[in-house]
Design a protein around this ligand. Structure first.
Ligand code: FES
Ligand SMILES: [Fe+2]
Length: 327
């Protein structure tokens, strides 16, 4: 199969998943590649997650391969320079004077709802919005995220289109949509749907859902159906044509915990099957800038205009301006 390349120059601004919290254990160091850049995530000894540019200002080693956590800092594996959480070098084992340029960019990070988020803005501007807390997450009545991670050769524009693409639910997801509402509110895009999902193993799930994009890379669906649940989708560009998509589901416990835990495997398997049907289409399709649309479509054009706002004022080359860390 030939692989069409979907490029859209540059990277959007906003909050994106760096990883699930569970992917970054105590004092763990993890290399990442997002927005065309090499990064390092680490969890410090107090449990706080940080993301820095990956390459040491000294001779360029990647801190994500062999870097060691010390207190709130990370130590380079090559000559053991140590950098604090702001990316500022605070110790060189063989020198008493630290050069002025001995710093790396520190990214804005939040850890909330069981995910580590990093903020991307090519101009270095501060976040203009925040990701809201899921009040139920982490409480006794809800299970922790069950997760899946995909690397997909596509552009987020395809995934964002899906939210407004009412007509694909029946052929791709065997889901009848009974009611479909859509609303844009600044950095949020909200879809409200009522429908019937035909389950792969037989049976029908009557559901109602509210699905919200909070900025360009974080989607949360609250669903009431056979089971109450939240589904989280985070997609973060590796480069201009590949992304990591993280899928998480948390179920409300009904009856006893073990019984709900028994459902979650099948529930996730159904969701993943639905997703994989979308992925097959995304990876092989082309992006139509000017699609031929007809009656009965969802608000595809509106959603595209909404998504474009996150590229305004960003560099078109995709090169992210280097912003010096502030101590
Ligand atoms: S390359 Fe990092 S300390 Fe030398
Ligand atoms: Fe879909």
């Amino acid at each position: 199969m030939s692989t069409p390349v979907n490029t859209f120059a540059g990277y959007p601004r906003g909050w994106f998943l760096a990883c699930f919290s569970s992917e970054l254990g105590p004092s763990e160091v993890k290399p990442l590649r997002y927005f065309g850049q090499d990064l390092v995530a680490y969890r410090d000894e107090a449990g706080v997650a940080h993301v820095l540019d990956a390459h040491c200002p000294h001779l360029g080693a990647h801190l994500g391969y062999g870097g060691k956590v010390e207190g709130a800092c990370i130590r380079c594996p090559f000559h053991a320079w140590r950098f604090d959480a702001h990316g500022v070098c605070d110790e060189i084992p063989y020198a008493s004077k630290i050069p002025r340029g001995a710093k790396i960019r520190a990214w804005a990070v939040r850890e909330i709802n069981g995910v580590v988020l990093l903020h991307h803005d090519a101009t270095g501007a501060a976040p203009a919005y925040e990701i809201p807390v899921i009040p139920e997450y982490g409480t006794e009545q809800w299970l922790p995220w069950v997760t899946a991670i995909y690397r997909i050769k596509t552009h987020p524009r395809e995934i964002v289109d899906n939210l407004g693409d009412r007509a694909h639910f029946a052929p791709v997801h065997r889901t009848e949509i009974v009611d479909f509402q859509f609303e844009i509110d600044g950095h949020r895009a909200v879809q409200r749907a009522v429908g019937k999902a035909h389950l792969p193993g037989g049976g029908v799930d009557n559901f109602s859902s509210t699905t919200t994009y909070h900025g360009p890379g974080y989607l949360l669906m609250k669903m009431d159906g056979a089971l109450k649940n939240y589904m989280l989708i985070g997609h973060t560009l590796n480069d201009e044509s590949t992304l990591d998509l993280r899928l998480g589901v948390t179920l409300k416990i009904v009856g006893d915990r073990a019984r709900t835990e028994g459902y979650v495997g099948q529930y996730m398997a159904n969701l993943k099957a639905g997703f994989e049907d979308d992925i097959k289409i995304w990876e092989a399709k082309v992006f139509r800038e000017r699609p031929v649309l007809c009656e009965g479509e969802g608000p595809i054009s509106e959603l595209r205009r909404w998504y474009r706002q996150f590229y305004e004022g960003q560099t078109s080359s995709g090169a992210v301006q280097q912003v010096e860390a502030t101590p």
